[in-house]
Design a protein around this ligand. Structure first.
Ligand code: SF4
Ligand code: SF4
Length: 324
């Protein structure tokens, strides 16, 4: 696998990197198998989430000298995160869920506090993760972050000038959601789209070895084909803008007051595909949507302003049909 320099940093990341979201659903054995397979096939960057360490920390330890590891948190959580994963430092530490002007101001302040931890060797590179394109110019201008993790795929396009400005400033771009949160299943076209932009890596939430194989095949030839162009047109028309990217903002910083696992419900279709159309989500989870008080809190938090209240029962209905 080819590597690309991460902005002006000293590290080179593989063109495809392993997103940690799948480890929240997978068991230890499958998580380890997936990490082993990816690393053995040239993936050298893994993004991890707090709460998944017990499943993956042994595999991360086995490969520590061959991989870069990132996670998200703040100056209050970084030391706990290191203890949780049993490592001495993170290669990339991200301030995430930055989706408003207020969050960005807080992130810039937090960056100052984190500098002390960088000096102590607890992380190497500071990044920011956001789903709000209107913040990109200001993030670039702030001269605070070496890396931006942003959604980029053939539907969530980004103005070329933004990518150019970031590149000129030496900011590394980690493209998250290259498959639009699992909504695009034509991996080769989707990955070619992303890696033909000035990004360092496409961060993919791979959940099984067979998916990893398909993603790895895609990077063998990055030349955009006529078929790809046709596909981009078709999928833009098919998905429009009203689809979930599984970012989790709807349940952050607190879960739904009625304890509905909103993100899980929104991603039911992807879960059905991942389990080869077997029903793996419990009836209790599916029935939880009936408790919705229609308070709208989840919709206020969703950066894509999705009509979640309307979509929840539809998602359950479709899942039940798909997994009969
Ligand atoms: S519903 Fe919105 S906030 Fe929730 S996971 Fe999907 S895109 Fe993100
Ligand atoms: S609208 Fe329903 S799902 Fe959304 S936060 Fe309120 S109760 Fe939960």
């Amino acid at each position: 696998m080819e590597t690309r320099r991460l902005g002006n940093t000293e590290i080179r990341v593989s063109e495809i990197s392993l997103g940690g979201v799948a480890f929240t659903h997978l068991g230890k054995k499958r998580s380890e198998k997936l990490i082993d397979f990816c690393v053995e096939n040239g993936i050298n960057y893994v993004d991890v989430y707090s709460g998944t360490a017990e499943k993956i920390k042994d595999a991360l330890k086995r490969h520590r000298d061959r991989i870069f590891i990132s996670t998200r948190g703040n100056s209050k959580t970084i030391e706990n995160c290191l203890r949780e994963f049993g490592i001495d430092y993170f290669d990339i530490f991200l301030l995430s869920m930055v989706d408003s002007q207020e969050h960005l101001t807080q992130a810039v302040n937090e960056a100052e506090k984190l500098e002390e931890f960088r000096k102590q060797g607890k992380f190497r590179i500071l990044g920011i993760a956001t789903h709000n394109p209107s913040l990109y110019p200001e993030i670039i201008k702030s001269n605070t972050f070496q890396v931006m993790m942003i959604p980029l795929n053939c539907i969530d396009e980004i103005e070329q000038s933004i990518l150019k400005d970031a590149t000129e400033k030496g900011i590394g771009i980690i493209a998250m959601k290259p498959l639009a949160g699992g909504n695009i299943r034509k991996y080769d076209s989707a990955i070619r789209y992303v890696l033909n932009r000035p990004v360092s890596t496409a961060l993919i939430g791979i959940s099984k070895v067979s998916e990893a194989r398909q993603n790895l095949r895609a990077v063998k030839n990055l030349k955009i084909t006529e078929e790809d162009l046709e596909f981009f047109k078709k999928i833009r028309k098919q998905l429009g803008k009203i689809f979930c990217r599984y970012c989790g903002h709807c349940i952050f910083p607190e879960p739904c007051p009625r304890e509905i696992p909103v993100r899980t419900i929104m991603m039911l279709e992807t879960l059905a595909y991942q389990s080869n159309l077997r029903r793996t989500v419990s009836e209790k989870t599916l029935k939880s949507v009936e408790k919705c008080a229609k308070c709208g809190l989840c919709e206020e938090r969703c950066p894509y302003k999705l009509p979640i209240r309307k979509l929840l029962p539809k998602k359950v209905k479709k899942y039940l049909e798909m997994t009969r």
